[in-house]
Design a protein around this ligand. Structure first.
Ligand SMILES: NC(=O)c1ccc[n+]([C@@H]2O[C@H](COP(=O)([O-])OP(=O)(O)OC[C@H]3O[C@@H](n4cnc5c(N)ncnc54)[C@H](OP(=O)(O)O)[C@@H]3O)[C@@H](O)[C@H]2O)c1
Length: 412
């Protein structure tokens, strides 16, 4: 199958997380670029709240997307029994849905959300959804959006598109549900409870559902779009590096960052990928019938280093008085206190190399799902404009009385 429009014209999709940065981009692609037959988009709270979220993130497109009449908004909450979805709609979906894309998550990265709660948000829903999916008569693909950092316990080096088991996931889950924690040391190497919950979700999803056609997509850090729904499309609080920069611009810290001894100059890969590339890769893998695990990161986009990222901040992101930002200092001596934001960006100081081998053949794809970059200039032009937009946002928020910044999370 080479024609994405012809393929998606035959698909009925159940999408969770459609108001999120990735889900919104997927929804745009599915309705406006792929002529998908129908999309059940599960949204929380109210349909008005979902539409107002889309009006904020893609004001120029949402009316046209809704006008296609391809989107059916379904009220639901993935943490609730039966997902809080009306029985009749569940039955309708069971007889028509061909592809499930589960992109809903609570991605709060460095929150103090306890392991049990993040497991309820980021592990249990996908397991329950898989149980329900087993009753869907026409289902051809079950997609779970995970994260490359589901393996953040690994040492620096290559991370393949495979499971790296840590003990018995059933036992870990049972212990979390009964005691709220796992045995000492089991999750200590992970970047956060969220990443451990995703790790468990991946393993349990695969081990419990050997007959389900499962595709696990692991994006690395998601960044603003190259082009779709529009250049620089993002959702505030959902693109960690943009949020990091916004914080740094508002109140720079000492710039001291702990680095690995083998990358003392910050030459480790800083792994970020624009959201529309993650969406296109996901849809390409669905169309090509991929099962198993695929990663979507800088290897499919542009590989830059943490030092490049920091230099971008220095060069393009002026501070209050318009002066150049302060320098960053890399130290291997952990007894030196690092800057207050370094903890937020700690995964960018690691030297993982996330393999994107499964997507290699897609680099030459043309058409609506192309991941070709054309004249996109990731280092210069894109960063400058991204900086300008973030500056505007900072100024706007500073000017507004309500400069409360708590909605910006740090996650992956
Ligand atoms: N952003 C990144 O850098 C990144 C990196 C790697 C992997 N990922 C993964 O990519 C996927 C998409 O994330 P994203 O960046 O698009 O996140 P996002 O912008 O925060 O969106 C999360 C989405 O999930 C929905 N949601 C959360 N809890 C829900 C629940 N209980 N019931 C129903 N919907 C719920 C949210 O709805 P509301 O609008 O109502 O909040 C929103 O639509 C997630 O699986 C995430 O783990 C993200």
């Amino acid at each position: 199958m080479d024609n994405p429009r012809a393929f998606f014209r035959q698909q009925t999709i159940l999408l969770t997380g459609g108001t999120g940065v990735l889900g919104g981009c997927l929804l745009y692609k599915l309705t406006m670029k792929l002529d998908t037959r129908k999309i059940y988009a599960v949204v929380r709270g109210s349909t008005e709240a979902a539409i107002s979220q889309w009006k904020e993130t893609m004001p120029e497109h949402i009316e046209d997307m809704l006008a296609t009449k391809k989107i059916e908004l379904v009220l639901g909450d993935m943490t609730k029994h039966g997902f809080g979805i009306e029985e009749a709609i569940l039955r309708e979906m069971a007889s028509s849905v061909t592809v499930i894309i589960h992109a809903a998550a609570n991605i709060n990265w460095l929150s103090t959300m306890p392991l049990k709660e993040t497991t309820s948000n980021n592990c249990l829903p996908v397991l329950r959804l898989a149980e329900v999916a087993a009753t869907f008569g026409k289902l051809a693909k079950f997609v779970f959006i995970s994260t490359t950092y589901a393996n953040s316990f690994l040492p620096d080096g290559i991370v393949e598109e495979k499971i790296y088991p840590v003990g018995d996931p059933e036992q870990h889950l049972a212990q979390i549900l009964s005691e709220g924690k796992v045995s000492k040391g089991v999750d200590s190497g992970f970047a956060s409870p969220y990443t451990f919950a995703k790790h468990l979700a991946e393993q349990l999803l695969l081990s419990r559902n050997p007959r389900l056609p499962i595709l696990i997509v692991r994006p690395s850090t998601i960044g603003p779009a190259v082009s779709e729904p529009h250049p620089y499309y993002y959702r505030r609080g959902s693109c960690p590096a943009s949020d990091y920069i916004e914080r740094y611009m508002s109140a720079p810290d000492s710039g001291i960052v702990h680095v690995s001894p083998h990358c003392p100059d910050g030459t480790n890969v800083y792994d970020e990928i624009p959201v529309d590339m993650v969406a296109n890769l996901t849809l390409l893998h669905i169309m090509h019938g991929t099962v198993g695990i695929v990663q979507a990161g800088a290897e499919s986009y542009v590989k830059r280093t943490m030092a490049h990222f920091h230099q971008d901040i220095i060069d393009h992101f002026p501070h209050q008085d318009g002066a150049r930002g302060p320098e960053f200092h890399y130290v291997t001596d952990k007894s030196i206190k690092q800057g207050r934001y370094a903890e937020f960006g700690k995964i960018w100081a690691r030297d993982w190399c996330f393999s994107n081998a499964a997507s290699k053949s897609f680099r030459s794809v043309k058409g609506p799902l192309s991941i070709a970059l054309g004249d996109h200039d990731a280092a210069e032009k894109f960063m400058k404009e991204r900086a300008r937009r973030i500056s505007e946002e900072v100024v706007r928020r500073r000017a507004s009385k309500n400069s409360e910044r708590s909605s910006v999370n740090f996650f992956i």
